[in-house]
Design a protein around this ligand. Structure first.
Ligand SMILES: [Zn+2]
Ligand SMILES: [Zn+2]
Length: 133
């Protein structure tokens, strides 16, 4: 067990560094592609496993999207996301201070709320610009 831990640590750090240095919410495949440029022998499975582990540890955040693949986020604090329906870019949306979504939405009778997941969707300014052409 300690041997496996030792071997995995530099790869985990590499995966963490890639997500921490990007602010565009990369997919697991995008993280994998970037990891390979530093560590050509890293496997897709290793990258996926480390992304899962780092998300569980709360060091990064997994962002589910609408009909797309999951993305990974260096910002772990409370914020929402905007997903562009044109280019599938995911952008951060700040939550207004004092806005307590969990206490203002009434869950189904008898249910217990563990959190919320908000994604705004629409078109980004780049895609709107393209449509005007
Ligand atoms: Zn767009
Ligand atoms: Zn984000």
């Amino acid at each position: 067990m300690p041997a496996i831990h030792y071997r995995n640590t530099p790869q985990r750090k590499l995966v963490l560094d890639i997500v921490k240095n990007r602010h565009d919410h990369p997919s697991a495949d995008e993280v994998y592609e970037q990891a390979r440029s530093t560590e050509p022998h890293i496997s897709r499975g290793t990258v996926y496993r480390n992304l899962k582990l780092l998300s569980q540890q709360g060091l990064i955040r997994r962002v589910q999207t609408i009909g797309g693949v999951d993305r990974f986020d260096c910002r772990t604090g409370d914020h929402f996301h905007f997903m562009c329906e044109g280019c599938e870019r995911v952008m951060d949306v700040d939550v207004p201070p004092g806005m307590d979504v969990d206490s203002r939405i009434v869950p189904p009778e008898g249910a217990e709320v563990h959190g919320h997941w908000v994604i705004l969707r629409g078109l980004c300014s780049d895609c709107l610009g393209k449509e005007r052409l």
